[in-house]
Design a protein around this ligand. Sequence first.
Ligand SMILES: C[S@@+](CC[C@H](N)C(=O)[O-])C[C@H]1O[C@@H](n2cnc3c(N)ncnc32)[C@H](O)[C@@H]1O
Length: 266
Amino acid sequence: MGSALKKSSFDKYAAYGAAVQIPQNEAKFLNSLYKNANGAEPTTLREDFCGTFAICCEWAKLGASKQAFGLDIDPEPLAYGMKHYLAKLKPAQQRRVQALERDVLGCNLIRADVVCALNFSYFAFHARSTLVDYFRSCRRSLNRNGLFVVDTFGGPQHGEPSVDTKRLPGMTYYFEQEHFDPINNRTRFSIHFKPKAARRRKRAFTYDWRMWSIPEIRDAMLDAGFSSVDVYWEGTARNGRGSGRFSKRDKGEPCQVWVAYVVGRK
Ligand SMILES: C[S@@+](CC[C@H](N)C(=O)[O-])C[C@H]1O[C@@H](n2cnc3c(N)ncnc32)[C@H](O)[C@@H]1O
């Protein structure tokens, strides 16, 4: 993490990467979901809302057969990923990654064995009809036995404004829920950073989201034609916090904040 943060100009993507992403774990998790479901290795990944397409780059490292496509509407994070992540791969790995400036609501999405929409990015869709249309086009673009993987979060803490603070080497990270409207589940989140010995970077990233519950996501996937939908719930570590390990579950347990994956099978 540190290098980009030590420079005099603040690098918001480096800070985000350090605070929020563990792309190597995500790539391995997606690979193992498919392997466990189908008894075979997946080849192609499409990372929707890919931002800096860090997961695509980790996917390419998993083997010579792996190919990854990232789609994002914003050229800025794509350019960052080219310079800081793609450029660090071996030439053969680089040739198996493509990042494209595309709207995921467009037609003819690239076909893949696994499609993911992570870091809650599809919360940007506020209407159920848009969510179902997007899920439907993801299902269509999956190869046979393909999986569509999204993450989600919730819990009573998110029914009102709150701030989560994480101290990291070289900076403090804040995930602030600035607003929540229980009538339509619309919410506004911001990410702020306070680098050591530098001014606070307020609202480095902002999100106007609708928080979709697990039953809503499951129903939307089933309406979009997925043959089955599974929920992967996070285990609890000894200190009572999330363990970072997810397993298929039919029942969760109440907690202030939870994170889960919802997986649709074509
Ligand atoms: C919460 S960020 C997540 C980025 C990335 N998945 C990550 O974890 O670093 C959401 C991303 O979705 C992109 N985005 C928003 N609407 C989009 C759309 N309709 N099509 C493609 N990308 C979109 C934004 O440009 C932004 O990079």
